[in-house]
Design a protein around this ligand. Structure first.
Ligand SMILES: Cc1cc2nc3c(=O)[nH]c(=O)nc-3n(C[C@H](O)[C@H](O)[C@H](O)COP(=O)(O)OP(=O)(O)OC[C@H]3O[C@@H](n4cnc5c(N)ncnc54)[C@H](O)[C@@H]3O)c2cc1C
Length: 477
């Protein structure tokens, strides 16, 4: 295509709608204006607030250090956008290029970005979930409510699920001097995100800090008193806990149901898109005018055998949104592939955890630098003889070097000659649960080859809640 045609293509984009007014939506809006887009920009979100930052919600907001309303994300560019907040999109008409809202309004677009993210998976029994004292943690309002409950100094907090959010909540409870029990139905906390080897260390860290950690244990039922106040939890090991607060930390559900009948390819893992962030339709054709970014996207990464990935990472929401924004207003000859490596961080129990790459892809892990006893270490994750991911604990400055090795497909175990490394590298099994086994907050996962043939049981039942009380591997007769 000649450059004149390219200019024509770009100038034909006059109306852009962004669905989801959070991190990815805001990042895309800023990038669109920075790219020189001067047309009409409409941002639609079902929450009543301007975009805010979620990572502080499970950290500084819960400790009381930062009020929940102070998490609003700064806007670095004058967006000159129309903001429609507090109203959900309920449908997408591909033929008319229109988004339908719950209040009946319709918005036409030349380009649409879907950044509807994810929501917290609720407790599967709705009557128990409604008990006063049962909390979720995804939104600003959730965080404000949970903070108020922790500030009231409950006798014991129960955290159901030992993924990242559950572990961070438990860490805050201990920081506040509160008694806390964590139940995790797998063998270790963080097993879906870090594997069993690193998860074992995470479990030790929790216990050293006074968490009553119960692994291979599920919560069978929550019970309240006559006034509907949460009082106790029945555990699968037979124990009964007296509790005032239960935090349901069972991972996230992608916000895709509103796309029902839209002919876009989506399932419970998210909306399938290509490396340019363009959504696929159910015929496996890539759409030219609908883009996806953030937690709701699943896309192919060249380093992980072309499998579609789904991640719940702050950095991904920003970078993918920027790539999508560029591609939304660019000629086909100027499209960029999104191939940033997944990267995540968490702060808990006084340590700073950071990861790069897709840990869950690995079959082995090896300690390469530092030591467990010092709580300063780097671990490399390998798959079929190449390094695919790395984890640092209080040693984040080494991440760029490991990122480069992963991008170069360097051999595993890596040859480092690091002065702070062990005399001999001894890889062990990474210990990830088999694919398809639900864990609490796997955080970054392969979602299959895609794009348009999701298995029948997942295609239209993306909201189906997997009951966390059912032990792993259980098969009904
Ligand atoms: C408590 C917490 C702590 C976290 N900590 C970390 C961390 O330490 N490190 C890290 O890397 N990541 C962390 N994350 C993850 C990170 O915050 C997410 O990856 C990021 O918020 C994803 O942004 P997003 O814009 O894609 O989706 P979201 O933030 O989920 O935003 C999607 C928005 O779209 C809205 N929406 C949904 N459906 C509709 C609809 N039909 N119509 C209109 N609007 C709709 C949603 O309500 C929401 O406002 C944390 C997340 C949480 C919840």
């Amino acid at each position: 295509m000649k450059s004149n045609d390219a200019k024509k293509t770009v100038s034909s984009v006059q109306r852009i709608v962004i669905l989801g007014a959070s991190l990815a939506g805001l990042s895309a809006a800023e990038a669109l204006r920075s790219e020189g887009f001067a047309g009409t920009l409409t941002v639609i979100g079902d929450e009543p607030y301007a975009p805010y930052d979620r990572p502080p919600l499970s950290k500084n907001v819960l400790t009381g250090w930062l009020p929940a309303e102070h998490t609003t994300l700064p806007q670095s560019v004058d967006l000159q956008a129309e903001w429609l907040l507090g109203v959900p999109a309920t449908g997408l008409n591909l033929d008319n290029r229109e988004v339908e809202l719950a209040d009946g309004r319709r918005f036409g677009f030349d380009r649409l970005l879907i950044a509807t993210g994810a929501r917290a998976r609720p407790w599967p029994d709705s009557a128990q979930a409604a008990l006063d004292g049962v909390c979720l943690l995804r939104t600003r309002d959730d965080a404000a409510q949970l903070r108020a409950r922790l500030a009231a100094r409950p006798k014991r907090v129960l955290v159901i699920g030992g993924g990242f959010i559950g572990s961070e909540v438990a860490s805050v409870c201990r920081e506040l001097g509160l008694a806390v029990t964590v139940t995790e139905r797998s063998a270790t906390p963080l097993i879906g995100a870090l594997g069993a080897a690193a998860g074992t260390l995470a479990g030790q860290l929790q216990r050293v800090h006074g968490v009553d950690l119960r692994c291979n244990v599920t919560v069978m039922a929550l019970e309240g008193d006559e006034s509907g106040r949460l009082r106790r939890a029945y555990l699968s090991d037979g124990d009964i806990l007296d509790i005032d607060v239960a935090v349901i930390a069972l991972g996230a559900i992608r916000n895709v149901e509103w796309l029902h009948n839209s002919r876009l390819a989506f399932d419970s893992h998210g909306i399938a898109c290509d490396a340019a962030c363009r959504a696929f339709d159910t015929d496996g054709m890539v759409t030219d005018d609908i883009f996806v970014a953030g937690d709701v996207a699943r896309w192919p990464h060249p380093l992980y055998e072309g499998e579609l990935l789904a991640v719940e990472h702050w950095g991904n929401a920003i970078e993918q949104a920027r790539t999508a924004a560029h591609n939304m207003v660019s000629a086909p000859t100027d499209l960029r592939a999104y191939k940033t490596l997944p990267a995540f961080w968490s702060r808990q129990f006084g340590v700073n955890l950071k990861t790069v790459g897709l840990l869950r892809f690995a079959d082995e892990v090896v300690l390469t630098q530092g030591s467990i006893s010092e709580r300063r270490l780097v671990a490399a994750y390998g798959y079929k003889g190449r390094i695919v991911a790395a984890l640092t604990v209080n040693m984040a400055r080494w991440l760029p070097a490991y990122r480069a090795m992963i991008e170069d497909r360097a051999p595993f175990p890596p040859v480092l000659h690091a002065p702070d490394g062990p005399a001999e590298l001894r890889p062990v099994p990474a210990g990830f649960p088999f694919r398809g086994q639900p864990t609490h907050s796997p955080n970054a996962t392969q979602t299959g080859p895609g794009p348009s043939t999701p298995p029948p049981e997942e295609s239209s039942t993306s909201t189906k809640v997997k009951d966390p009380r059912v032990p792993p591997g259980f098969r009904p007769k």
